[in-house]
Design a protein around this ligand. Structure first.
Ligand code: ADP
Ligand code: MG
Length: 503
């Protein structure tokens, strides 16, 4: 009996020992995997770093590239496109105008009434719809017929207060958020699609003509009076309300900027024929590139997998379409290199499945248990992750968004530098004597308006770059639907110029 007891005790001891060994081993394995994941995060943080010195180099690079793009066609990755907008609305415009806006994710239709004073502007009707994904790789006919039929429905439901009861042709601005080489205010050819659009055989086509043709085919008495880049619409709206507005930036599905330039600085354009001595230049800054941009392996993979690889490198770091996918790629790598996210989710492997609105929801999750993070991860097929892993995901969102916002701020400071509003006195050195003028930059887009952390990081970086003394003269003004309303205003102001000229 005693012998049996001894044997039993020994066996129990051996079992306990081996259980302990297994536990220690599995704890060590877990720690190793955790360390690997932390290592991936540290690598991400290092490669996304945007210290002030680097941002300042970027500011210089933006200003230099702007200059190069103004000197010659193809002189820079920044296309610096002419817009033929030389006079911005001032508040005296009158009439009822329409805008149809094709963005990266949404299309909008608005009707505005202008009574000759700023305060009398009325947005009488506005519609906003998601662009059906089936349109992205359809045909030119399908796209423009879709836009024309949407406009037809909009007009058919107009009430009696509209101009339909009067015998006046409707004047429409086509706000178009893709790169166009303008040939006049009302015409221009598509250079290329961006932001996931891939309708073949459209490059080189006159976009305004395509829309006008579709409207005519439906028998609609509407005149496409202006073809306007969305940034230019935003600048126009900003300037209408505040004449100190000299630039506009869009942070939506993609990103782009425009600004008011002196015509004598637009060297590549021999005969700009403007009356005001200046013209709005559409930078197409999404295509900006500099070796100083903090590029990660995730950016390289995203670019290689995109429909427009080797193109729009800046947009792919700051555009709303892409931030979610960068975060997804980091989480996927972590999931592949450890099991902290459980078995690899096939949903997580799907490009663009994590959208930037979900990134902001996770980033700004203030619940103690990070329930929003858990909810988003569950949608991605990742269940039951512990709190420390959820915190890790928040950190990834933070790193990716902070980099985007700081790069965006450097872009804005680059424009200010180019136009001599960065306090450097034009010569690169700060001058005490220089009087700083109030400078307003109009900003719009879903990323900026809906993502508080993006806004805060961008504002903070702009102050860091410019310094408090200069930054206090720079106003970033957020606007909603500014690009659509502003485009309609441009039709109105060109109309009033024509009306006055013909009197
Ligand atoms: P468009 O690019 O079609 O003009 P918007 O300016 O409204 O449209 O921008 C839409 C983009 O804004 C979305 O694709 C998304 O990337 C981003 N966005 C929308 N809502 C949020 C949000 N809550 N947080 C972060 N980004 C958002
Ligand atoms: Mg937009």
């Amino acid at each position: 009996m005693g012998k049996v007891l001894v044997m039993l005790t020994a066996a129990t001891a051996v079992l306990a020992c081996s259980v302990a060994t297994v536990m220690v081993r599995s704890r060590m394995k877990r720690r190793r995997k955790w360390r690997r994941v932390v290592g991936i995060l540290q690598d991400l943080e290092e490669s996304c770093e945007t210290p002030l010195g680097r941002l300042r180099q970027m500011v210089d690079a933006v200003a230099v590239e702007m200059q190069a793009g103004l000197v010659s066609e193809g002189g820079s990755k920044l296309k610096m496109l002419l817009t033929f907008v030389d006079d911005l609305p001032n508040g005296s415009e009158r009439g009822t105008y329409y805008a149809l806006h094709l963005g990266g994710s949404y299309f909008r239709i608005i009707r505005v009434y202008l009574g000759g004073q700023r305060s009398s502007l009325q947005v009488q009707d506005v519609e906003r719809h998601c662009i059906p994904t089936s349109l992205l790789n359809s045909t030119s006919e399908v796209l423009f017929d879709f836009l024309a039929s949407s406009l037809q429905r909009f007009i058919e439901k107009e009430g009696h207060e509209s101009i339909s009861s009067q015998d006046v042709k409707r004047e429409l601005a086509f706000t178009f958020s893709f790169p166009v080489k303008q040939t006049s205010l009302s015409s221009g050819v598509l250079i290329k699609w961006t932001k996931g659009f891939a309708i073949s055989e459209m490059a080189g086509e006159d976009i305004a003509e395509c829309l006008q043709g579709a409207l005519n085919r439906r028998g609609l008495d509407i005149h496409v009076a202006a073809l306007v880049n969305d940034t230019v619409g935003a600048l126009s709206f900003g300037h209408y309300h505040d004449p100190d507005t000299i630039a506009a930036v869009v942070f939506g599905t993609g990103s782009n900027a425009c600004y008011l330039e002196r015509t004598d600085a637009i060297i590549k354009c021999q005969n700009p024929r403007t009356t005001s001595g200046s013209m709005v230049v559409n930078m197409e800054w999404g295509n900006f590139w500099s070796s100083r941009l903090p590029r990660t392996s995730y950016d390289i993979e995203l670019d290689a997998d995109s429909l427009n690889s080797n193109d729009m490198g800046f947009e792919k770091m700051i555009g709303g379409m892409y931030l979610g996918d960068i975060v997804r790629r980091v989480v996927l790598r972590m999931s592949k290199e450890s099991d902290i996210f459980g078995p690899i989710s096939s949903i997580l492997s799907t490009p663009f499945v994590l959208r930037t609105d979900s990134v902001s929801a996770m980033h700004e999750d203030d619940t103690p248990e990070l329930q929003e993070v858990a909810r988003v991860l569950k949608h991605l097929g990742v269940r039951k992750v512990p709190l420390k892993v959820r915190k890790l995901v928040v950190k990834i969102c933070d790193v990716v968004t902070r980099r985007a916002a700081r790069l965006a701020a450097a872009g804005i400071a680059g424009i200010l530098k180019k136009v001599g509003r960065d306090g450097s006195g034009g010569g690169g050195r700060k001058s005490d004597k220089q009087v700083m003028r109030r400078t307003v930059v109009a900003v719009e887009g879903g990323l900026y308006s809906n993502y508080r952390m993006f806004r805060e990081y961008m504002d903070e970086a702009l102050i860091d770059i410019l310094g408090d003394d200069v930054a206090q003269h720079v106003v970033i003004k957020a606007m909603e639907d500014g690009s659509s309303i502003g485009s309609a205003l441009l039709v109105a102001s060109s109309h009033s110029v024509r009306t006055i000229a013909s009197v």
